[in-house]
Design a protein around this ligand. Structure first.
Ligand SMILES: [Zn+2]
Length: 657
């Protein structure tokens, strides 16, 4: 649907490239691929919280200029999401003193915008944002705030200025229309970045390229290599045979934003803070795998079909090209990615491809549909399947025969979709081979989460922490990676980033945990190591009827053979909820044994609280208002305290459970 839309970073990077190429052709009359240098950005700091360098020159009466966050549009799929900002109401002006020795390569990147609650003005009403450096205007943007402005036009206006030479930097916000005094406006990000020259690296067997493919919503157990006997994944299975397959790889969260942010930063959700729609902006302070590659001179690009993985939310950090193909399928995207590789194959590259084919709605190839699905049961549709499920959850549909038939068909469609995708991936892999890149390219395949098909009463993802949502494929193939190896140890796929750097002989930054999954064995990654999970889209379908429709913050962990899920007390939940499964005797997690294991459960809860607290301590403090705190720790009365045990729990505990 959407055309290729490179990010401002990408445009800047490319026009620079063009300029360099032009210079090359003038000076050397030769192609521009070899010995080329380019600019890579390094984040230095954000001015949002730099109160020591800031002076408020003007502020409307009764208003305070402070750090906070605003979003021009609300909603999970919105492309104008929440960003940490310096909140400056109209009629305010601040001045920063920028040191005079700031070099030529230092820039300020920011965005201007107003909060979604502020679109209340009449026709023509607008907020004017002005930036002056040493009294000279260097940026201005007029942002309308009239109430009838279409949602599609409510967005951030991006800006970038050179800070070379320093001096006084003035940020000014003005408006005089109706309701101007109530407008919530601000400068977002205010990131000081340094543009460094890098020599563009060339690939070699010991300095390989990396292609990282995230197959959104692909659970592990549907692939042949993970036990499915339906034959939906011959291409991926063949690829797996050529490299390392991780038998039990877990995601950090059962939905896209937190999980993908973990994949590309290697941090846990409490550490990176991208845990809900409000907090889903990947702040510049976070170091992504792409940025690390870029710093090493590696050419970078991304193709994303998932609307959540977008430049607007800053997921383009470190990518010279970030191509958004919202909702388009692999049949469209993989040929474009192949073309990109063809054009860049002389350089060492990192390519990230995020495909959405195995996410609903399923549109499998008719041939695969024929192979993997019977005729749909009478009355079947995806919508009907969900509506029967909701009826069932509300206790209105007792007989689930029809629902079960629908879910069986829905699940077959998922298999057919995997088979459809698998065939396209096979073509993509053969094209890579045909380009002669096999001996110098590492391919990594994983997913951001799985999908539930009523194994535990729910459909979809984001809801619970059972294996169908949390266990995903993880495959690595390429030079230096052993062939035909299965790694049994339980691992977290967020450690793929440092593993890829290690596998390609590049140093990982300090921000990433020093974990190399290729060294994972049961001995040095024992099951005793706890794996933590979190979701802000949780559901509790097996509890009392009153809780079944609620969207809950749920945290959980997997320790030894215990799977624990905990919904703390929160706005829409008066008392916490607990589920504990003994996967040793109950491998599928069907029997909640929480009340019989209160002591164990309390210990796990303490571990989760410690995990959340440790994350909060190290997290970049960019979201300075309550958005993140609300989303991650909604009503979490336990923060900073040990979990309380009720008198009844204590009694049970003393009875030896
Ligand atoms: Zn996803």
């Amino acid at each position: 649907m959407a055309p290729i839309s490179p990010s401002p970073n990408a445009i800047a990077a490319r026009s620079l490239l063009a300029a360099i190429c032009l210079m090359g052709s003038v000076w050397f009359f030769s192609g521009c691929k070899k010995e080329e240098s380019f600019e890579a950005e390094r984040f230095l700091e954000s001015l949002i919280t730099r109160t020591d360098h800031r002076q408020v020159r003007r502020a409307p009466e009764g208003k305070v200029i402070k750090a906070g966050s605003i979003t021009p549009v609300t909603g999970k799929n919105s492309h104008a999401g929440m960003r940490s900002s310096l909140l400056m109401p109209p009629g305010s002006e601040v001045v920063f003193s920028i040191p005079e020795d700031v070099g030529q390569a230092t820039y300020l990147r920011f965005a201007t915008g107003i909060d979604n609650t502020s679109y209340t003005g009449n026709a023509g009403a607008e907020v004017r944002f002005v930036v002056l450096l040493r009294k000279e205007p260097v940026f201005h943007a007029n942002v309308p705030y009239n109430s009838d402005l279409p949602v599609s036009q409510r967005r951030w206006e991006e800006g970038e200025i050179s800070l070379a030479g320093g001096g006084s930097l003035v940020l000014r916000v003005e408006a005089d229309g109706e309701g101007a005094e109530e407008v919530k406006s601000g400068f977002a990000e205010l990131s000081v970045v340094k543009k460094l020259r890098r020599v563009r690296a060339q690939s070699a067997p010991d300095a390989p390229n990396v292609v990282m493919i995230v197959l959104d919503t692909l659970r592990a157990d549907r692939l042949g290599m993970y036990g499915s006997d339906r034959g939906v994944s011959p291409g991926l299975d063949a690829l797996g045979n050529k490299g390392v397959v991780f038998d039990r790889s877990f995601v950090a969260s059962p939905w896209t934003w937190p999980s993908t942010a973990s994949l590309i930063t290697s941090l846990s959700p409490p550490e990176h803070g991208i845990v809900g729609s409000k907090s889903s902006f990947l702040v510049d302070e976070l170091q992504t795998l792409a940025e690390v590659f870029l710093q090493h001179g590696v050419t970078t690009a991304a193709f994303s079909a998932n609307p959540l993985i977008c430049a607007e939310r800053n997921f383009d950090q470190g990518f010279e090209g970030f191509f958004e193909h919202v909702q388009e399928d692999a049949g469209t995207i993989l040929p474009k990615a192949t073309q990109w590789i063809r054009e860049n194959s002389e350089n060492r590259f990192f390519l990230y491809i995020h495909l959405l084919d195995t996410h609903t709605p399923y549109k499998p190839d008719p041939v695969m549909m024929e192979r993997f699905c019977d005729d749909p049961p009478p009355g079947y549709s995806e919508q009907m399947t969900y509506s029967l499920l909701h009826g069932h959850l509300k206790g209105e549909v007792e007989d689930t025969t029809k629902l079960d038939q629908f879910v069986d068909h829905y699940s077959d469609l998922y298999d057919a979709e995997i088979a459809t995708l698998d065939a396209k991936l096979s073509t993509f892999f053969s094209n890579l081979s045909a380009m002669g890149l096999d001996d110098r390219t590492v391919i990594a395949i994983t997913s951001d989460h799985g999908e539930e098909f009523m194994e535990h009463t729910m459909l979809g993802h984001g809801r619970q922490f059972f294996s169908e949502s949390m266990m995903v494929p993880l495959i690595m193939v390429g030079p230096g990676i052993p062939a035909g190896v299965r790694i049994e140890a339980r691992v977290e796929n967020r450690f793929l980033a440092p593993t890829l750097l290690a596998a390609t002989n590049l140093a990982a930054p300090e921000s990433m945990p020093a974990v190399n999954l290729l060294e994972a064995t049961r001995e040095n990654h024992p099951n005793e190591k706890t794996i933590f999970f979190t979701t802000s889209l949780g559901r509790w379908p097996n509890g009392p009827l009153e809780h079944r429709g609620k969207i809950l913050q749920i945290h959980g962990c997997l320790k030894e053979e215990w799977l624990y899920m905990w919904a703390p007390k929160q706005n829409n939940l008066e008392n916490e909820l607990n589920q504990l499964f003994d996967l040793y005797s109950d491998t599928e997690g069907k029997e909640n044994v929480a009340t019989r294991n209160v002591v164990r459960m309390s210990a796990l809860k303490e571990e989760i609280v410690a995990w959340l607290e440790a994350g909060a301590e190290t997290r970049v403090d960019a979201f300075t208002d309550q958005a993140l705190a609300e989303e991650l720790m909604r009503g979490l009365g336990y923060i900073g305290k040990k979990p309380a045990i009720s008198p009844r729990e204590e009694r049970n505990a003393s009875e030896g459970n």
